[in-house]
Design a binder for this molecule. Structure first.
Ligand SMILES: Nc1ncnc2c1ncn2[C@@H]1O[C@H](COP(=O)(O)OP(=O)(O)OP(=O)(O)O)[C@@H](O)[C@H]1O
Length: 692
């Protein structure tokens, strides 16, 4: 039987209809990831408040692509009305033991990371001798914090004095039970002076009253966006209530991609409804109030903005406008969401003295080589001495923590030290525990295509690939491969199921408007399989994505965590399937280790995605190779020869030879019988890749 014939594009129509059935995933009412036993005394009471007795019930009315507003989720009444919580009541705080129990059961660990020498020693521990490391660890043990957790969202108002409107918006969005990262960070970010009682703070030698710098490492899809947006919005409202009502730029949220900026802006707008707080996404050509502006800069900027992308040049371009007119075109916002480049291009050497909170979402990547310079430029433009840094990610290398500590210590004056607190939820740098992992070996590149088709067409039954229902995300290594894979698969979807419109490719070489349109269509359920590059791996929240296929193996452990984290969000289930060939074997150990750690964290005792024999037999990856892989990916997938096609190398060679022979023959005819054919002959038989 010719396997390649099975792969032919004429997808079987009627028999495959079942494969294209679009089933919404069941709604998980409890978004919390950890359900550890360990609460003793207050267990029952807390379970009621955390809503455990209601969790994981399926809501039959649920359309998972609908907004929460349009279809409110049925929620347990006990959580909606918490009888003890009255807005003006005294804060009801847990006692020490209860705090520790709650934090432990939700696997939350807070550590005080100062900016001093001991912290540096801890972070560079890998370079130190073992003896020194244990000394540092002992020091660190003393610095574990136990701040008050958020027991329920209703407590936000009564105990943590959250704005009434903001609380209403949260509730109308259907949020009822805080996720772990919200449970841990909201009290500390909203009212640190209450979350860390004065005695504990004094013992640790910190003063939480001035606020804190905060670093949170929590799994993908665990609700970090709300964990930073709620305090940011509340800060604006509180400042307005206490001092000036003017609109000043108070918070900047920096993210690596414009897709993520758009998503956070939308989330923020839902939360700020009727509050008067303005959240704006930075665009090209946009001008915001900043210090240090000069006419020359402005003029240059105006002319630059004319050359930039059409969709974003909204700030006007009249070079003769007066200062007053220019002032009018300034976009005023309380909270600005931006990528480092967009704001950096505007700022140049200007400063942002009013900004008191700098949020780095996906902070580790923002502080890595690619964005480092731009991010540090933004950071140093925030000159307000009360600036607080908030850094969130699902992964955080020790070198990034060290960098943050160093940066903060250069900003701290000796009489005004603001503590840096780190929260880690679960095991650091692992994939979210609700995901199942599968590594699938494919002998050749064509084998990968075959496996992917089996996922898309589950009727061609196979035991080697997991069953994953649509929608799915497919990650490739390069733009060329994403485009080629898309071309290869686009006729696989039968016309009655929507045809080629069901699959799309998204990558950075598409114009902004096309990118936004694809994201919108994937969100709305129009697109069922989205082929992409690592541009979509961070932060994007597509509800209902059942699985992630790593068509090309990710280039680092962090990339694996973020890519697969596009599924299994908010406590939902998901499957991550990684296809690999012999070319990947030298680099697979890193990924296999993450899978193994993640499964351990999830409490899975069976062999799961990585059998032990495989883990043991994979070669170790040295530092140099890891670095090279991270920067370039698997070498054999770069360039022209890496194109994706169902045709075998032999078939492609035959085709090329035929094409060249025809071309040569035509040329010979034109040039007459005696022409020297040496040039053409030298090319014969050489394969230079296929134009798909
Ligand atoms: N308390 C909550 N209850 C129910 N759903 C929630 C809650 N908090 C957040 N969510 C939902 O969980 C999903 C993931 O949230 P979010 O995008 O903030 O995750 P994240 O931790 O930032 O993920 P990533 O690391 O991938 O950026 C979103 O759809 C969000 O609406």
């Amino acid at each position: 039987m010719d396997v390649l014939k099975i792969l032919s594009r004429g997808a079987k129509k009627s028999s495959s209809s079942q494969a294209f059935e679009f089933k919404p995933t069941p709604k998980i009412l409890n978004p919390q990831l950890y359900h550890d036993k360990g609460l003793k005394r207050k267990r029952v009471e807390q379970e009621i408040q955390f809503g455990r007795d209601h969790d994981e019930a399926e809501d039959p009315s649920l359309d998972f692509f609908a907004s929460r507003e349009s279809k409110p989720v049925v929620q347990p009444a006990i959580i909606l009305e918490s009888p003890k919580e009255k807005p003006n009541a005294e804060p009801s705080l847990l006692d020490d033991d209860e705090v520790r129990q709650v934090l432990r059961s939700h696997r939350l660990k807070f550590t005080l990371l100062s900016s001093h020498e001991d912290q540096r020693a801890k972070i560079t521990k890998s370079k130190k001798k073992k003896k020194e490391v244990s000394k540092v660890k002992a020091k660190e043990a003393k610095k574990v914090l136990f701040p008050q957790p958020l027991v329920s969202f209703t407590q936000l108002r009564s105990t943590w004095k959250l704005s009434h409107r903001l609380e209403e918006n949260l509730s109308s969005q259907g949020y009822r039970i805080p996720t772990e990262v919200q449970l841990g960070s909201l009290p500390l970010l909203i009212r640190p002076e209450i979350a860390v009682p004065a005695t504990a703070a004094a013992e640790l030698g910190v003063e939480a009253g001035n606020g804190i710098h905060f670093l949170a490492v929590a799994p993908t899809g665990s609700g970090k966006t709300l964990a930073f947006l709620i305090p940011a919005i509340n800060d604006v409202l509180r400042r307005r209530a206490e001092t000036t009502k003017d609109r000043v730029l108070e918070t900047i949220v920096v993210v690596p991609t414009r897709e993520l900026a758009e998503q956070i802006t939308n989330e923020g707008r839902k939360l700020t409804k009727n509050t008067g707080v303005k959240i704006v996404m930075m665009k090209r050509g946009m001008r915001i109030p900043a210090e240090g502006r000069t006419e020359i800069d402005d003029d240059n900027e105006e002319s630059n903005s004319e050359n930039e992308d059409d969709s974003d040049s909204s700030a006007g371009s009249d070079l003769d406008e007066t200062d007053e007119a220019k002032q009018k075109t300034l976009t005023k916002a309380d909270i600005l969401i931006t990528t480092p480049l967009l704001l950096g291009n505007f700022l140049k050497s200007r400063t942002l003295p009013t900004v008191r909170s700098l949020i780095l979402d996906e902070g580790d990547v923002l502080l890595e080589q690619r964005f480092l310079e731009q991010t540090l430029q933004l950071w140093s433009a925030c000159v307000n001495p009360s600036l607080r840094l908030r850094c969130f990610s699902a992964t955080m290398g020790a070198h990034i923590e060290e960098l943050i500590s160093d940066q903060l210590s250069t900003r701290n004056s000796s009489d005004h030290i603001i503590p840096l607190v780190r929260l880690v939820v679960g095991l650091k740098d692992t994939a979210v525990p609700s995901i199942g992992h599968k590594l699938v070996y494919c002998a050749t590149e064509q084998g990968k295509l075959f496996a992917l088709r089996q996922i898309l067409h589950p009727q061609s039954s196979s035991t080697s690939v997991p069953h994953i229902s649509l929608p799915i995300l497919v990650f490739t290594q390069t733009i060329e491969r994403a485009t080629a894979l898309h071309s290869e698969l686009k006729f696989d979807f039968p016309v009655e199921a929507g045809g080629p419109s069901r699959i799309a490719a998204l990558h950075s070489s598409l114009p902004d408007s096309a990118r936004s349109d694809i994201v919108r269509r994937f969100r709305s359920g129009e697109i069922w399989a989205l082929v992409t590059t690592d541009i979509l791996m961070r932060g994007l929240d597509f509800r209902g994505v059942s699985g992630v296929i790593n068509y090309d193996v990710p280039t680092s452990a962090a990339a694996y965590v973020h890519r697969v984290g596009r599924t299994g969000r908010a406590g939902g289930q998901g499957i991550a399937c990684t296809l690999y060939t012999n070319d990947d074997v030298p680099y697979l150990k890193t990924i296999a280790n993450v899978i193994s750690q993640s499964e351990k964290q999830a409490g899975k005792t069976d062999e799961g995605g990585v059998p032990k024999w495989l883990l043991d037999s994979l070669p170790k990856v040295n530092k140099e190779e890891k670095k090279k892989l991270k920067q370039r990916g698997v070498e054999s997938r770069r360039g022209n020869t890496s194109k994706i096609t169902t045709k075998s190398a032999w078939e492609r060679r035959k085709e090329n030879n035929r094409r060249d022979a025809i071309a040569s023959s035509k040329k010979r005819k034109l040039q007459g019988p005696n022409h020297d054919t040496q040039e053409e002959n030298s090319k014969d038989g050489e394969w230079d890749g296929l134009d798909d």
